[in-house]
Design a protein around this ligand. Structure first.
Ligand SMILES: [Zn+2]
Ligand SMILES: [Zn+2]
Length: 130
Protein backbone atom coordinates (compact mmCIF):
# COMPACT_ATOMS: atom_id res chain seq x y z
CA UNK A 1 0.00 0.00 0.00
CA UNK A 2 1.05 3.59 -0.48
CA UNK A 3 1.38 6.18 2.25
CA UNK A 4 -1.50 8.69 2.27
CA UNK A 5 0.95 11.38 3.37
CA UNK A 6 3.73 11.17 0.79
CA UNK A 7 2.68 8.34 -1.56
CA UNK A 8 5.78 6.27 -0.80
CA UNK A 9 5.16 2.54 -0.67
CA UNK A 10 4.84 1.10 2.82
CA UNK A 11 6.28 -2.39 2.88
CA UNK A 12 5.28 -4.83 5.58
CA UNK A 13 8.20 -6.38 7.44
CA UNK A 14 9.22 -9.81 6.27
CA UNK A 15 7.62 -12.82 7.85
CA UNK A 16 4.12 -12.12 6.57
CA UNK A 17 2.72 -10.92 9.89
CA UNK A 18 0.05 -8.26 9.34
CA UNK A 19 1.23 -5.06 10.89
CA UNK A 20 -1.48 -3.27 12.85
CA UNK A 21 0.34 0.04 12.75
CA UNK A 22 1.98 0.90 9.45
CA UNK A 23 4.64 3.53 9.70
CA UNK A 24 5.94 5.20 6.54
CA UNK A 25 9.73 5.13 6.36
CA UNK A 26 9.71 8.29 4.21
CA UNK A 27 7.55 10.75 6.17
CA UNK A 28 6.93 8.94 9.47
CA UNK A 29 3.16 9.06 8.90
CA UNK A 30 1.21 6.25 10.52
CA UNK A 31 -1.83 4.38 9.21
CA UNK A 32 -4.09 2.22 11.38
CA UNK A 33 -7.43 0.50 10.78
CA UNK A 34 -10.26 1.71 12.98
CA UNK A 35 -10.84 -1.84 14.25
CA UNK A 36 -7.24 -1.94 15.48
CA UNK A 37 -7.23 1.61 16.81
CA UNK A 38 -10.19 1.08 19.16
CA UNK A 39 -8.56 -1.53 21.43
CA UNK A 40 -5.33 0.44 21.36
CA UNK A 41 -7.06 3.59 22.66
CA UNK A 42 -8.97 1.57 25.25
CA UNK A 43 -5.77 -0.11 26.38
CA UNK A 44 -4.23 3.32 26.94
CA UNK A 45 -7.24 4.68 28.84
CA UNK A 46 -8.25 7.00 26.03
CA UNK A 47 -11.79 7.70 24.82
CA UNK A 48 -12.95 6.22 21.51
CA UNK A 49 -12.13 8.22 18.43
CA UNK A 50 -15.77 9.29 18.05
CA UNK A 51 -15.68 10.85 21.54
CA UNK A 52 -12.52 12.85 20.94
CA UNK A 53 -14.53 15.74 19.60
CA UNK A 54 -12.48 16.98 16.68
CA UNK A 55 -14.20 18.96 13.94
CA UNK A 56 -14.20 18.23 10.24
CA UNK A 57 -12.21 20.62 8.07
CA UNK A 58 -13.97 20.96 4.73
CA UNK A 59 -11.97 20.98 1.49
CA UNK A 60 -8.73 20.30 3.31
CA UNK A 61 -5.74 19.09 1.35
CA UNK A 62 -5.63 15.49 2.55
CA UNK A 63 -4.15 12.21 1.41
CA UNK A 64 -5.95 9.40 -0.34
CA UNK A 65 -6.94 6.14 1.39
CA UNK A 66 -4.55 3.44 0.20
CA UNK A 67 -7.35 0.86 0.30
CA UNK A 68 -10.37 2.72 -1.08
CA UNK A 69 -8.69 5.43 -3.18
CA UNK A 70 -11.00 8.12 -1.78
CA UNK A 71 -9.91 11.43 -0.25
CA UNK A 72 -9.43 11.30 3.49
CA UNK A 73 -11.39 13.61 5.79
CA UNK A 74 -9.38 15.94 7.99
CA UNK A 75 -10.30 16.28 11.66
CA UNK A 76 -8.96 19.21 13.63
CA UNK A 77 -8.75 19.69 17.36
CA UNK A 78 -7.34 22.46 19.48
CA UNK A 79 -6.97 26.16 18.82
CA UNK A 80 -5.22 28.15 16.12
CA UNK A 81 -1.93 28.32 18.01
CA UNK A 82 -1.73 24.60 18.60
CA UNK A 83 -3.91 22.71 16.17
CA UNK A 84 -3.77 18.92 16.05
CA UNK A 85 -4.88 16.98 12.99
CA UNK A 86 -5.61 13.47 11.90
CA UNK A 87 -7.19 12.09 8.73
CA UNK A 88 -9.92 9.46 8.43
CA UNK A 89 -11.25 7.45 5.49
CA UNK A 90 -15.03 7.58 5.68
CA UNK A 91 -15.29 4.44 3.54
CA UNK A 92 -13.21 1.98 5.58
CA UNK A 93 -12.54 4.00 8.73
CA UNK A 94 -8.77 3.80 8.59
CA UNK A 95 -6.91 6.63 10.29
CA UNK A 96 -3.78 8.41 9.10
CA UNK A 97 -1.63 10.56 11.39
CA UNK A 98 0.97 12.87 9.89
CA UNK A 99 4.58 12.12 10.82
CA UNK A 100 5.02 15.68 12.09
CA UNK A 101 2.40 15.04 14.79
CA UNK A 102 4.12 11.94 16.10
CA UNK A 103 7.03 11.45 18.46
CA UNK A 104 9.54 9.19 16.68
CA UNK A 105 11.23 8.40 19.99
CA UNK A 106 8.27 6.31 21.10
CA UNK A 107 7.34 2.85 19.93
CA UNK A 108 4.48 2.95 17.37
CA UNK A 109 1.69 2.02 19.78
CA UNK A 110 2.78 4.67 22.30
CA UNK A 111 3.19 7.14 19.43
CA UNK A 112 -0.50 6.74 18.55
CA UNK A 113 -1.60 6.82 22.18
CA UNK A 114 0.43 9.94 22.89
CA UNK A 115 -0.93 11.64 19.77
CA UNK A 116 -4.56 10.99 20.72
CA UNK A 117 -4.07 12.08 24.32
CA UNK A 118 -2.51 15.29 22.94
CA UNK A 119 -5.48 15.64 20.58
CA UNK A 120 -8.03 15.08 23.37
CA UNK A 121 -6.23 17.61 25.59
CA UNK A 122 -6.15 20.17 22.76
CA UNK A 123 -9.92 19.78 22.17
CA UNK A 124 -10.62 20.14 25.88
CA UNK A 125 -8.43 23.24 26.11
CA UNK A 126 -10.05 24.93 23.11
CA UNK A 127 -13.51 24.28 24.63
CA UNK A 128 -12.68 25.76 28.01
CA UNK A 129 -11.87 29.09 26.32
CA UNK A 130 -8.81 31.32 26.54
ZN1 LIG B 1 4.81 8.79 3.93
ZN1 LIG C 1 -10.49 3.58 3.08
Amino acid sequence: MNCPGCDAEIVDPEGGKEEVLRVCAECGGLTVELADLKPLLLHNNLPGIESLGGRVVKDADTGVCPTCQVDLTLFEGGDRQQPEFYEVCEECGCVFIDGDSLDPELEPEKRVASFFSKFAAAVKKSRSGP
